[in-house]
Design a protein around this ligand. Structure first.
Ligand code: G3P
Ligand code: CA
Length: 228
């Protein structure tokens, strides 16, 4: 699973990073989704623009039209100057039906809008994930058949797995350092595939896969292709 696209060699969460990840053999693209101030769905990780664009301030202070004028490539390399921030709809249009998508929702308010947009792109095979479990509960209430995955960073993993089962999740997404045999066993018993984030070292990847992890988020899908 390409974490924000092929972000080791391309600017994260851009169309060029997603295409490169596909070319490198990634079976799924992970991307971050939030809202612009005019309630359009936009693909960017941070709440603010400084790290990955030439803009300043909060993403949700900008309209989609203004966000589209920003440069989301130069911070990474001049070779990607002018690469724009994608709208989620562009990603669905470009990649839907070609590769699986993991939409990680960052803004609570954006959740229902993501469901509505996905309904217009039935060919896009998507999983919706979030660290915000209340949002996932709301999404399940809104859409009985939405494929949901629970993101887990730290804390009580048993509680998180129980929640994932209760939400009828299609997968459990723990931080890789949290993964252990007892977690893998519990998920297997619950018929929950485990996709761990984020793993870039092929040796570590091999060890996690041997332990029973079903998938890995990585910034370098090319480096992990041989292992998988
Ligand atoms: O989906 C796993 C991973 O993307 C979560 O962390 O900070 O990269 O969004 P982050
Ligand atoms: Ca993410």
């Amino acid at each position: 699973i390409a974490h924000r696209g092929f972000k080791e060699k391309y600017p994260e969460n851009t169309l060029v990073a997603f295409q490169a990840a596909m070319n490198a053999g990634a079976q799924m693209l992970e991307l971050d989704v939030t809202f612009s101030c005019d309630r359009k769905l936009v693909v960017i990780h941070d709440e603010t623009l400084e790290r990955t664009t030439n803009g300043r301030g909060a993403v949700n202070d900008y309209t989609m039209e203004r966000l589209k004028q920003l440069d989301a490539g130069s911070w990474f390399s001049e070779a990607f100057a002018g690469e724009p921030i994608p709208a989620l709809e562009e990603v669905l249009k470009t990649f839907g039906g070609r590769v699986r998508l993991n939409l990680e929702i960052k803004a609570f308010d954006a959740g229902v809008a993501v469901i509505e947009l996905l309904q217009r792109y039935p060919d896009a095979e998507s999983v919706v994930s979030s660290f915000n479990w209340r949002l996932l509960e709301r999404l399940r209430t809104t859409d009985d058949s939405l494929p949901i995955a629970v993101l887990f960073a730290a804390g009580n993993w048993r509680h998180a797995v129980r929640l994932a089962v209760g939400l009828r999740s299609v997968a459990f997404h723990p931080e890789a350092g949290q993964v252990g045999r007892s977690m893998i066993t519990a998920c297997r018993q619950a018929q929950l595939p485990v996709y761990a984030w984020s793993v870039d070292d092929p040796v570590r990847a091999k060890s996690l896969l041997r332990a029973g992890v079903n998938g890995l988020f990585t910034k370098d899908p090319l480096a992990l292709r041989g292992v998988v």
